[in-house]
Design a protein around this ligand. Structure first.
Ligand code: ATP
Ligand code: ATP
Ligand code: MG
Ligand code: MG
Ligand code: MG
Length: 258
């Protein structure tokens, strides 16, 4: 009902533009995935197939929305970083995050069967989302450092917890044992009791996953005299890296600074 007398209500919409030069980051996270993982019998502490499904959904999101230049995720979460100058939906936080989270969720459901061909999806999963406005690249780097250290902490904890449970402890006994233990103590518990060198566990578990847009020259065809015709094409890469907030990572991936 455009131009009706009722349209004044539109002015009551929440104003939530993320102003320039803030960088827009959207983080999505599975709602009650503790239960979802139980019901769908995810392997503990890390179900690699479930992680690959999350990564694949994040790749689809990055493909769908060209303004997303970088994403990072682990467990049931993913953070999507928009390019500095993005004008996506007039930078309105509620529009941007709702589009990202609903697209991610529907891709998760559509891809379920491809990743878990013999596991039925028992109920519709949902994800929550939020927008983080990063005033500078340094703030963004701190944000990423924070998420990656959460990945590390929860993975170290989870690895210890489930090794203890496999060894015969109940979950609450294992939790009691781990209460207040430092990183070093957890590392030595794994090594001394279970012969596990934490640093040798798969990088996807310890470091999480990044999705980067890189530019590559692709041969698109050959012309009459047989010489190749190349075109610059954006390509998505999934990688695991030790310190995604570190200087070397950011120097190596120039596209992040655009
Ligand atoms: P909330 O709604 O607050 O996000 P949540 O139960 O999802 O609640 P999180 O802190 O997000 O809590 O933790 C996600 C939980 O999902 C993990 O603790 C773990 O139990 C489970 N989970 C997610 N991904 C995996 C995976 N790939 N393998 C095994 N478990 C997983
Ligand atoms: P935006 O992303 O801004 O919402 P939009 O294309 O969805 O863009 P809307 O104003 O929401 O624009 O209009 C929804 C459009 O979707 C309608 O104009 C119509 O073309 C189509 N549509 C939605 N529901 C139906 C339906 N039940 N039957 C036929 N067409 C529909
Ligand atoms: Mg969650
Ligand atoms: Mg989570
Ligand atoms: Mg619409």
């Amino acid at each position: 009902m455009a131009n009706s007398k009722y349209e004044y209500v539109k002015s009551y919409e929440f104003e939530d533009e993320v102003f320039l030069p803030n960088l827009i980051v959207v983080r999505i996270d599975g709602r009650d995935f503790r239960t979802f993982a139980e019901v769908h019998e995810f392997e503990k502490p890390n179900d690699e197939v479930a992680l690959n499904l999350m990564n694949s959904c994040a790749v689809s999101v990055s493909e769908e929305f060209p303004d997303i230049v970088f994403s990072y995720g682990f467990s049931d979460e993913f953070s999507f970083v928009f390019k500095k100058t993005s004008k996506f939906h007039q930078r309105r936080a509620s529009k941007v995050e709702s589009i990202v989270v609903s697209f991610f969720t529907s891709v998760y459901v559509s891809k379920w069967r491809e990743f878990f061909p013999s596991k039925e999806l028992r109920y519709p999963p949902s994800f929550h989302s939020r927008v983080i406005a990063c005033a500078t690249i340094e703030v963004l780097q701190s944000y990423l450092l924070w998420r990656q250290s959460s990945c590390h902490t929860s993975n170290l904890h989870g690895t210890c917890l489930w090794e203890l449970v496999k060894d015969g402890k109940t979950e609450s006994e294992a939790l009691e044992l781990l209460k207040g233990a430092s990183k070093e103590e957890k590392n030595s518990l794994l090594f001394e009791k279970f012969d596990i060198i934490y640093q040798k566990l798969d990088a996807i578990f310890r470091q999480g996953s990044c999705i980067l847009k890189t530019e590559v020259m692709d041969v698109v065809k050959h012309n009459e005299n047989g010489s190749p015709v190349e075109r610059l094409r954006k390509k998505l890469r999934i990688l695991h890296s030790k310190n995604i907030a570190g200087r070397s990572f950011w120097n190596e991936h120039a596209s992040l600074r655009n």
